[in-house]
Design a binder for this molecule. Structure first.
Ligand code: AHR
Length: 620
């Protein structure tokens, strides 16, 4: 197939938000706990089996009084009172452990682990599907008490029990004490366990145990996963969800005030994707993440409504006032001056400078009259108090306006190409907050990536309407895939991006200042379609091309302004549309860069079958 495309750099058709392409973080698939949050101890406060807030537990399910039911444990592990923890005894030793509530150090965090022992015994933690001990330093702390011993050994061991690294903790006594420790791994092992070894006779009560790698970014984020996010150069960070901000009940929604302060004083909560989460990634950490990535912040808050697709609770009147105040306090925590109560709390937590809060989203996926009625209350209050923050409604509200409205699309491969005119023409301004091709594409492959690329070219062409967009979900621990297709996948030691990751990255790192006209119109049903957006960045012309066909298209781009000489061509493609990446082959389908020659105002290039391409060329 052959095609000619004329580009008209002097005819501007849109001015994109320079930070148009962002990321959307939600605790789903162990995105944070056992993922981006660098904590290595699973069930560090022993609360993993605590029932979901506002619900009850029976026969492996959580249930609400309204009749909603779901798996308590999405990973379907056999029930044990203390997930993650086990005992290893030496010959002749005796030991037992139990989950107790007898003597909480902090009533908000009521669970402890009591271990009774005689002889040499190890309390072992398997981490999140194992602990990959990489070369380097580790640090942590234990909060515990014992009248019977004053020292213990902590460290990492191989599965056969041989010690990889260890140190002593000293000073245990009758009252709870927080004892810091550190050790260094010199010989890496990809599948270790953490242990606390005691020798003697008696009992010890643990309140909290934490272990972090020293190389965690900002002391919080697993480095390889952070680097993947950083590689995308996201324009903004939407947090903390997703359905998780709504909860299955209002009690189960994310209550941000319980996610700040010392980690040992955060109770955590049952995450509606089927596991308990620590809230170690709390309000401050999300803001720090955005800051470290150079991304604008988007805080999505609860409007006094739980997830309507699940259990649908809501409050009104004075009870709604509580949620309004809770939201205002949260916003103040993020960007209030230190002279305000919550700004002062943020300063006390270590960040006096207000964060760059750019967007506020009023609810997540709420709809119907209940939402429509409360939406203007939140909007008007925020507009008055924070006129510079862009407000987002989570759905179109009849007879009301908002700065942006949030649209979500999860779909099959053929749909995005058919949406080539979804945002053409006039209309409300949009944030495409969640989108992915996630049906009939395995866990994500080249086909899904190119399908999304067609839609992204359309969004960029309609950038005066589609101001910002974020793919979803972002992260997935392969041991607990709750959502079929996720952008960045990992296990305890490795990480890979889907082919979609490279498409996302190329859009964000090839942002343009102006989108300019080209004549590559999409003809419905045609095989010769190339989905193209062209734009100017400084003295570069950037052309992004998605070819969603099983055939290559020999294409000639014509533009008088193109300078003679080299141009850069970056391609994401592969032999088969089902090709994808794995932890072992993370760049099987990735971006590869080539340099070619532009001549006489023309670029001739074979656009490979099923590919995404970025051409960057100097213009006069
Ligand atoms: O991205 C996964 C889920 O999809 C989000 O939690 C929710 O907003 C949407 O339904």
């Amino acid at each position: 197939m052959k095609k000619t495309v004329n580009i008209f750099p002097e005819q501007k058709i849109g001015t994109p938000n320079p930070k148009m392409w962002g990321v959307f973080y939600e605790e789903i698939n162990h995105a944070g706990d056992g993922g981006l949050y660098a904590e290595l101890i699973r069930n560090r406060n022993f609360a993993d089996q605590e029932v979901a807030e506002g619900a009850f537990y029976s026969s492996g399910k959580i249930r609400t009084v309204k009749g909603f039911t779901d798996d308590f444990n999405s990973n379907h592990e056999p029930w044990t009172p203390l997930p993650g923890w086990s005992l290893k005894k030496t010959v002749g030793a005796m030991a037992d452990m139990e989950r107790i509530y007898d003597d909480p150090r902090n009533p908000e965090c009521p669970v402890q682990l009591r271990m009774m022992f005689k002889g040499k015994v190890r309390l072992v933690n398997k981490g999140y599907w194992g602990i990959s001990a990489k070369e380097g330093g580790y640090h942590g702390f234990v909060i515990a008490k014992s009248e019977d011993i004053s020292t213990a050994k902590v460290g990492l061991m191989k599965k056969d029990g041989s010690v990889v690294a260890s140190t002593l903790i000293e000073g245990l006594g009758a009252a709870y004490k927080k004892i810091d420790f550190a050790f260094t791994v010199t010989t890496p092992d990809m599948d270790t366990r953490f242990f606390i070894e005691v020798d003697g006779s008696g009992e010890i009560v643990f309140d909290f145990v934490s272990l972090m790698p020293d190389n965690a970014v900002c002391g919080v984020f697993r480095k390889d996963l952070f680097d993947m996010l950083d590689g995308m150069k996201p324009g903004f960070l939407r947090f903390p969800g997703g359905c998780v901000i709504e909860g299955i009940t209002l009690e189960n929604a994310i209550h941000w005030k319980k996610t700040v302060g010392n980690i040992e004083d955060r109770p955590g909560h049952w995450d509606l994707w089927g596991y308990r989460c620590t809230d170690g990634m709390g309000m401050l950490e999300f803001c720090m993440l955005g800051e470290a990535l150079g991304a604008d912040l988007m805080y999505v808050f609860n409007v006094g409504m739980s997830c309507q697709a699940r259990n649908s609770e809501y409050v009104d009147g004075e009870e709604l006032d509580w949620w309004i105040q809770n939201m205002l306090d949260g916003v103040e925590y993020i960007c209030g001056d230190v002279s305000t109560p919550w700004g002062a709390k943020r300063a006390a937590d270590g960040h006096p400078e207000p964060f760059n809060l750019k967007y506020l989203e009023i609810g997540n996926e709420n709809w119907g009259e209940v939402y429509w009625k409360r939406f203007p209350i939140f909007r008007d209050l925020l507009r008055e108090k924070y006129p510079d923050i862009t407000l987002i409604s989570d759905v179109r509200v009849p007879n009301e306006t908002c700065d942006l409205v949030d649209d979500h699309y999860y779909t099959t491969p053929e749909i995005f190409p058919s949406m080539f005119d979804r945002y053409s023409g006039e209309g409300e301004k949009v944030y495409v907050g969640e989108y992915a091709c996630n049906g009939n594409v395995g866990y994500g492959n080249l086909l899904s990536a190119i399908s999304e690329a067609t839609f992204m070219t359309h969004m960029e062409n309609c950038c005066d309407r589609v101001r910002i967009a974020s793919y979803a979900p972002l992260l997935c621990n392969e041991n607990n895939r709750r959502w079929p297709v996720n952008l960045i996948n990992f296990d305890r030691s490795g990480v890979f991006g889907l082919p979609s990751y490279y498409v996302q990255k190329l859009f964000a790192t090839n942002a343009v200042e102006a989108v300019v006209k080209n004549d590559a119109d999409v003809v419905k049903g045609s095989n010769s379609n190339l989905y193209i957006t062209s734009g100017i960045a400084g003295d570069d012309l950037i052309i992004k091309i998605a070819n969603f066909n099983p055939e290559a298209i020999a294409t000639e781009f014509i533009c008088d302004a193109i300078k003679e000489g080299d141009y850069e061509l970056t391609v994401v493609s592969s032999e088969n549309e089902t090709d994808t990446n794995t932890v072992l082959y993370p760049r099987n389908v990735a971006d590869s860069v080539d340099t070619e020659k532009a001549e006489n105002g023309k670029i001739k290039v074979d656009i490979s079958a099923m590919s995404f391409n970025v051409i960057k060329v100097k213009i006069k």
